[in-house]
Ligand binder design. Structure first.
Ligand code: GLN
Length: 214
């Protein structure tokens, strides 16, 4: 049986994630209600605007159920705004902004600078580019966060290289953590759903399959 993986569908690029999950062999459903959350084997928190998603999570009464689901071991993959939601600690949030938490990391919101709308880099990602298909991952960062500090239980999967894809120096971004895993939680600061490279979603689908009880 394929795993059923939800995509939180309150705001953000939901369809693209659903397509990428299906291409990786999962069944995918949109999640807007607690009952839908309870029916999935894993969940994607898409990119979008973390402040808006945070407010909507509370309006839709999903904040607590999601926190409980993460605490009880639901595999969750957060991309960009989704990575912000998974962080135990947030720097650069707006007043009153909450995260769901679960990952022992400090995430800096809009870390690449407000003036930098988009930044692209070719990344080595552990678990993705160390296999037979070792091409770098073209990572697209859109007003992206980075992980400023990661606790001892967090596995760093990727860091920003010294240069962006167009050759410009990465400056203060060089060496920053932009993909990480902690138990059943996976986070990327970038958006793999926009490039057609399905390998990050495939990694998450494997993680979900590996954590299913039967
Ligand atoms: N800057 C956004 C935020 O704070 C994240 C951007 C994204 O998800 N592409 O939520």
């Amino acid at each position: 049986m394929p795993a059923t993986i939800g995509v939180l569908a309150l705001q953000g690029d939901v369809r693209e994630h659903q397509k990428a999950l299906e291409a990786a062999g999962a069944r995918s459903v949109a999640v807007r209600r607690q009952a839908e959350l309870e029916s999935v084997d894993g969940l994607v928190l898409p990119g979008g605007e973390s402040t808006t998603i945070d407010k909507l999570l509370r309006i839709f009464e999903l904040h607590e159920p999601l926190r409980d689901a993460v605490a009880s071991g639901l595999p969750v993959y957060g991309s960009c705004a989704g990575m912000i939601l998974l962080a135990d600690r947030l720097v650069g949030g707006i007043t009153g902004q909450q995260t769901v938490g679960g990952m022992d990391v400090t995430v800096r919101r809009n870390a690449f600078g407000r003036q930098v709308d988009s930044f692209e880099a070719d990344l080595d990602v552990a678990g993705v580019t160390d296999g037979p298909d070792d091409d770098a991952v073209r990572a697209v960062f859109i007003r992206a966060p980075w992980i400023e500090e990661a606790g001892p239980g967090v596995e760093v999967l990727a860091r920003i290289p010294d240069r962006a894809t167009d050759g410009t120096a990465a400056g203060a971004a060089a060496g920053r953590i932009v993909a990480a895993r902690s138990g059943r939680l996976l986070a990327t600061a970038f958006h793999p759903e926009v490039t057609g490279d399905g390998r990050v979603h495939a990694l998450f689908v494997r993680l979900v399959h590996g954590s299913r009880r039967s």
